[in-house]
Design a protein around this ligand. Structure first.
Ligand code: BT5
Length: 281
């Protein structure tokens, strides 16, 4: 882990202002770390307070779900993890990544004016290109108890030009700059943390049910033909919506509707008879 302070974190602290006591405070700033989630975990284990954020200019082993690589070059994106100490049982935290994605989308809008979309379960999208993602990890001691802590990892591509992405991501990823919205990682970060503060308060007090409509209003894949892959294999069908637990409601080609708690969703681009419209065709 790098010990030098970074440049993005202190700017976020300034933008949040000295009076800010909400999520994001204190900001722990690093020039470089393996993964902000890992650094946040070691701080959480030694008692870091609810709301503490860890921001790095660059991650050397940034990761997505299932230990996938998350590309996090220096100064070009928001690479941040927030330590949460929930007061609600672990069993109710399933939709937290969706709530967080909603907060990030609202923060991006507040900082830049750009309205991105959310894609189930944890993506931020510009059309069908990935702009960012959420990695939520919890130290759970039983489903009926609050976890000791949750680490909410937030990655947003801000300043990359197309050729800053590795070749395998160039036709799948975008940044706010590529979308035509100039802003810095710190401006985006401060706005995201402000939104997260309000969204998380609603989540704890009223549950995801109170945020669901907001999430759905930004979800462009609803009504589309999609494929979902996960531990149980692959399913194809129409994404009808989500329920109050954040599960995807998918009507399969056989007409059965299933509620999926986890998986990877991809939009099917080619028309197939009897399967409904394809999106982004
Ligand atoms: C995610 O995983 O989308 C969660 C990403 C979370 C990143 C943040 S950064 C701060 C914190 N610290 C961390 O170490 N992580 C969090 P998933 O849905 O599994 O998507 C991963 C996939 O996205 C990869 O397999 C690539 O295909 C793609 N990808 C990798 N880097 C990307 C990037 N910068 N922009 C867009 N797509 C990317």
């Amino acid at each position: 882990m790098g010990d030098r302070p970074g440049t993005v974190g202190p700017q976020i602290a300034v933008l949040l202002g000295p009076q800010w006591t909400g999520i994001g405070r204190p900001v722990v700033s690093l020039a470089r770390t393996s993964s902000t989630n890992d650094h946040a975990r070691s701080l959480a284990r030694i008692g870091a307070a609810h709301g503490t954020s860890v921001v790095a200019d660059r991650q050397t082993s940034g990761r997505g779900r299932l230990a996938r690589v998350w590309f996090s070059p220096r100064g070009l994106g928001l690479w941040c993890s927030v330590i949460l100490r929930p007061r609600i049982a672990a069993a109710h935290l399933g939709p937290l990544p969706l709530a967080a994605a909603l907060a990030v989308a609202r923060g991006i809008k507040a900082a830049t004016g750009f309205q991105c979309a959310v894609k189930w379960p944890n993506d931020l999208m510009a059309g069908d290109l990935k702009l960012g993602g959420i990695l939520s990890e919890a130290a759970v001691a039983g489903e009926r108890r609050p976890p000791e802590f949750v680490l909410l990892g937030i990655g947003v591509n801000v300043l990359q030009a197309a050729d800053d992405f590795p070749p395998e991501l160039r036709d799948r990823a975008s940044s706010l700059l590529i979308e035509g919205f100039a802003s810095g990682p710190a401006e985006v970060g401060a706005a995201v943390l402000r939104e997260l503060d309000g969204v998380y308060r609603t989540f704890e007090e009223a549950g995801f049910a109170a945020l669901k409509n907001g999430w759905v209003s930004l979800a462009t894949m609803i009504g589309c033909r999609v494929r979902v892959s996960g531990a149980g294999g692959e399913l194809t069908g129409i994404a009808e919506g989500i329920d109050e637990h954040g599960r995807l409601l998918l009507t399969t080609t056989s007409g059965r509707t299933v509620a999926l708690a986890a998986g990877d969703l991809s939009l099917r681009r080619k028309e197939a008879p009897g399967e409904g419209p394809a999106c982004f065709a």
